[in-house]
Write a protein that binds this ligand. Structure first.
Ligand code: URA
Length: 220
């Protein structure tokens, strides 16, 4: 049985301290354990018809996106998302970057490496969560996604969330946070959970912000 005390907790002062919150004294690992204190991640692959049905519906959705001529940013690859289709925690970033576009996988570049470190630190295997983005194609030069692009991808993200049906949505960065909580401000609201439509929304700094800010972030 997993107990709170047996897992490492993220606290302010780690290399990736932006992922923790000083304000509430609670962290993403607290939130995950709070949601699911007794379950260990399963290591035995077993045939699960409900999971398979979900997987195939998600694949159908991916194909619909590939064939949707109206979606913007057609010059880059579709990075649909990946992970456990039954995940209790869904991480949502902003938009793919260069490496994500090449590999067609979310968070595989520098930001992804930092995210992986956070997963290791909180004892949460990456394969147990699902990871995707608000906008699923790379904007040119990694510019911010526009409101029109966010709007265009919205129905697909909504369908993806409904299919995965996570208990917790951990947003990575401002665009993802404001998608769910339009009035939230990162400095004020990161690490504070809000319940929205029956799910916990847990805003986190974007790993790229942590990479950029480094010690400045730790000082916060
Ligand atoms: N930044 C994001 O927001 N998403 C990715 O997939 C990679 C970097």
């Amino acid at each position: 049985m997993t107990s709170r005390s047996s897992l490492p907790q993220l606290t302010v002062g780690w290399d990736y301290s932006p992922f923790a919150t000083k304000r509430t004294g609670c962290s993403i690992s607290d939130t995950i354990l709070f949601m699911n204190p007794d379950e260990q991640p399963s290591t035995q692959p077993q045939f699960d018809p409900i999971k398979e049905a979900k997987r195939s519906k998600l694949e159908e959705l991916r194909k619909q996106m590939v064939n949707d001529k109206a979606l913007p940013l057609k010059n880059s690859n579709l990075v649909f998302g990946e992970g456990n289709v039954n995940a209790e925690v869904l991480f949502i970033g902003e938009a793919p970057g260069f490496h994500e576009d090449v590999q067609k996988r979310p968070f595989v570049g520098q930001s992804g490496k930092l995210l992986d470190k956070m997963f290791a630190k909180i004892g949460l295997p990456r394969r147990d969560v699902y990871i995707t983005n608000i906008v699923k194609r790379r904007p040119p030069e990694n510019r911010d996604p526009t409101p029109e692009e966010i709007e265009a991808y919205k129905p697909y993200l909504a369908a993806q969330i409904a299919l995965i049906n996570p208990k917790v949505i951990a947003t990575l960065g401002r665009f993802s946070m404001n998608y769910f909580l339009p009035l939230a401000k990162m400095t004020n609201d990161h690490g504070k959970s809000t319940t929205l439509d029956g799910r916990i929304i847990f805003p986190l700094y974007h790993p790229a912000a942590a990479l950029r800010a480094g010690s400045a972030m730790r000082a916060l």
